[in-house]
Write a protein that binds this ligand. Structure first.
Ligand SMILES: CC(C)(COP(=O)(O)OP(=O)(O)OC[C@H]1O[C@@H](n2cnc3c(N)ncnc32)[C@H](O)[C@@H]1OP(=O)(O)O)[C@@H](O)C(=O)NCCC(=O)NCCS
Length: 191
């Protein structure tokens, strides 16, 4: 139990070797639509692939509203080399009593398996602990999503447990793996 209050969410630009994590703008609509319309990337997540640019615009409207209200919302992931938005990462849920947040992410299929999401997640963990001063950061993925579990483990998060039938994904209740990292554990990580 924490008696502190989670600070207002902010999305300063964060830089890694190959990426810039930054706020989305409406100029990113085409880039987002390009990857978010691919059903392959939504196979293991609760949201559906965008069927039109109007749906992408609706997504952007929600994100911008969250930016204005300082509520949990994603950073856009820009690939420096191509100056292109190729995914999202950010805090999706708050657990105020624990002073903890949940993290989630998506990457364009064209860029999978290059270590890019691991690079982005490490930066967000650093931001969550060093800047937001969170006690812990959690994440979950459905058991079939081995690629995502690998990203979490490679970033230093710890597998906690599997919860059976915990989440509704595409009409089925699925088993979910939970991962967590405490501030103490983060300080011991050597990236
Ligand atoms: C999950 C996701 C973000 C991974 O991004 P990424 O940039 O490809 O991740 P990385 O390259 O950092 O790491 C992926 C790892 O998974 C491994 N991998 C790829 N496919 C795999 C599979 N079918 N089974 C097991 N491991 C797999 C890769 O080899 C790599 O591990 P390695 O570095 O040890 O070789 C991306 O696939 C994605 O956006 N998927 C769709 C959305 C999604 O599932 N989001 C997460 C919801 S929990």
């Amino acid at each position: 139990m924490s008696n502190r209050e989670i600070p207002q969410f902010k999305w300063p630009a964060l830089e890694t070797e190959r990426l810039i994590l930054r706020k989305f703008t409406y100029d990113d609509l085409n880039d987002i639509s390009e990857y978010a319309s691919n059903p392959e990337i939504t196979k293991y997540v609760q949201w559906e692939a965008h069927r039109s640019k109007t749906e992408t615009l609706e997504f952007l409207n929600i994100v911008v509203e969250m930016y204005i209200k300082h509520r949990p919302a994603p950073w856009g992931i820009e690939l420096k080399e191509e100056k292109k938005i190729i995914g999202t990462i950010g805090f999706t849920k708050i657990f105020p009593e624990e002073f903890s947040c949940e993290v989630g992410y998506t990457l364009s299929q064209n860029y999978w398996n290059r270590g890019l999401m691991t690079e982005a997640l490490k930066k967000i963990l650093e931001y969550g602990f060093d800047v937001m001063d969170l006690n812990s950061i959690i994440a979950h993925c459905i058991v079939e999503n081995e690629q995502s579990a690998k990203v979490l483990l490679k970033s230093g998060m710890n597998y906690v447990k599997t919860v059976k039938g915990n989440l509704m994904v595409k009409g089925n209740m699925v088993d979910v793996k939970l991962f967590s990292l405490s501030k103490k554990e983060f300080k011991l990580l050597k990236y």
